[in-house]
Ligand binder design. Sequence first.
Ligand code: BDP
Length: 677
Amino acid sequence: MRHFKFLYIIFLLAFISCGSADTCKDAKGTISWLPYASTDKGQVCVDEGISSPTIDIACRELGGHWEGAPVNIHRATDGSTIGKNGFAISQSDSQVDIYAPDDLGILYGVYALLRNPELGRNGRVEDSPSYDLRLLNHWDNLDGTIERGYAGKSLWKWEGLPDSVSPRYEEYARANAAIGINGTVLNNVNASPKILSEEYLKKVAALADIFRPYGIKVYLSVNFASPMVLDSLPTADPLNPEVVKWWTDKADEIYSLIPDFGGFLVKANSEGQPGPMDFGRTHADGANMLAGALKPHDGVVMWRAFVYSPADADRAKQAYLEFQPLDGKFADNVIIQIKNGPVDFQPREPYSPLFGAMTATDGMAEFQITQEYLGHSNHLAYLAPMWTEFFDYVQPSSIKAVAGVANIGDDDNWTGHPLVQANWYAFGRLAWNPQLTSTQIADEWLSMALVDKAQTPEDVYESLLDMFDTSREAVVDYMMPLGLHHLFAFGHHYGPEPWCDVEGARPDWLPKYYHRADSTGLGFDRSPSGSNAVGQYPEPLRSQLASVETCPEEFLLWFHHVPWTHRMKSGNTLWEELCIAYQRGVEKVEEYRQTWEKAKPYIAPELYTDVETCLATQLKDAKWWRDACLQYFAQYSKMPIPAEIASEMRPLEELMKIHLPITNYESPTPALLDSLR
Ligand code: BDP
């Protein structure tokens, strides 16, 4: 169908503007991938019949920030191949055309064009999101703290809402829309029932109103015992009619305030949270009851599979054991949210075998953007390589959605470490298109956020790119190489404590449970002769993982208890290889410091200094990890640490005395770390 064209030209002032692009790149409070510089030159022409608050934003962005030829905005015609929320762009010297089947697609097209002004120049480019749900999960508590948050306090200022509204709420929505994120779970999975009170729902509605034109739907984490806590029901049994009615009424109330509310995220019967099993029911009973309440409103339930109990032999098998038998028993608006790995967001984990094991149930991946286990906000760990590695094993089309635990707080720079806005960005880009490569995304981010690519010598740029791309592997090397995992200090998870023993603590919260170091070797035997966690993987991977000889070495100690003298592919023994890996990690960080110094002339001064400080801390931490782990394991291997490393090590007894006085809500400052070690 052809539209009758009604042309009008819009000249709009940028609604956020400041100086030149370069001064804004590193300005405090800015989002690195958003346009800030105001051009006031963008000319936009919208086909008749296309109008909405979302289109107004698209026009405002172009009006304020587009410097190229006039842009025509069209509704894609019925026969178009463009997917939901997708767009097509073509451009010549005299005009740019954006086509989309819906308004959000137009907005996404506009952001794609602003990100890459050449898009569509060499022929029409078509793009649409791979998943319908691309969500951030905030682990924000109602008191303003953030569980595992390292960028200050929560962005949500609950005391002031709904009347007082921070300008950052809209900037947050803009930042997310610009990378295709279309939903946000506002509160911690360890959910306070209070979030469902009338008082808080009004606050949530105020945020939803701000996010709506940017295509961001609001979701909430809910506490399964909410009916008992909020309204004194004697039970939260999902099959009890009063409980069912309570949730049905609650859903109606939510939708009366927020008509496009997305749905619930639920952590149930996990780490002490209440759930259906407290009442003798199953995960499916619980999820389906909530799904029933949301169904008339088109809401979804994201039910988490993060479950484990100390009674069982192997924590890595738990989620599969509990959930796989329930395959096919879930309502069609339930999605099982599964962490990428079977344990808990370690620097490297094999993928969770639950992916692909529930063929009659929708599943979604949960990644962690915040660096709970990767050096908090002190370490540079660019996480896209971890997530693309996941997609090397898990077919993108086998899951329905993706979620990322946000690394966002109210810090000036939003994400703590000055460079890890890149991880928020990378998550959004991969949620849109999991086929993108980590290097491609790093290249996009570096050239937008860090340096002016045209002005930066190629070797400097390449070194920066390499620093990003290898940084997660460096963390793996200096913390937990070759499949080691969970050697972290108890509670806050910053720094090494492979020796950790806390009286009365659950064994599966202690490092020894995972590394199993003894005089014969190192690693967790998950082969058929051990816990047989490998049995949960499909063939041929299962057999490959099952044998020490064929198991990929990066997962070796995850799946096997390996003799210290075992010959690795390199010809080195396991012990030698371990020493090499820890040292390689340290050297990599030394190299990053040199890269950073080389890049100094091309980096904004304040940013330069901030990152320099972080890298200095990262190097000290890397050595701390190396020294602690190698000396601790040497007690079992009885093998020597190479002299050149050993000579600069701090004695183990000293390292074992370091205890960081921090909680799950903070990252240690460099000064605190220096004072303790
Ligand atoms: C672990 C965190 C814990 C979270 C839990 C979860 O240590 O704070 O509550 O995961 O995902 O990674 O529920």
